[in-house]
Design a protein around this ligand. Structure first.
Ligand SMILES: [Zn+2]
Length: 95
């Protein structure tokens, strides 16, 4: 799974996720509410889009709730989620 923060100004930054966390960290970026700490980002659930290969939603600073851009998640998948599950749990397929 690859998580990228797309900032309002067009920059993109890879985010780091700890299993079990409800947020990700964008190292080297800072919010105005905490200028000396790395930006901690959480999805807002707003404008959520999802397809076979990933999903995205509006993102906000986890500390103050200020809008920072969009979080874009790309799944680790070979053929898309549905097809991967079918391949793993179903009959062999010929491509
Ligand atoms: Zn903030």
């Amino acid at each position: 799974m690859n998580i990228t923060l797309h900032l309002h100004d067009g920059r993109k930054r890879t985010c780091h996720y700890s299993d079990g966390d409800k947020h990700v960290t964008a190292r080297g970026l800072h919010c105005e509410c905490s200028r000396t700490s790395d930006l901690i980002v959480a999805g807002t659930g707003r404008h959520r889009e999802q397809d076979e290969h990933g999903e995205s939603e509006d993102a906000a600073c986890a500390r103050c709730g200020g809008s920072v851009g969009r979080l874009v998640v790309v799944y680790s998948t070979l053929f898309g989620r549905t097809e991967d599950v079918a391949v793993l749990h179903g009959r062999p397929r010929v491509y």
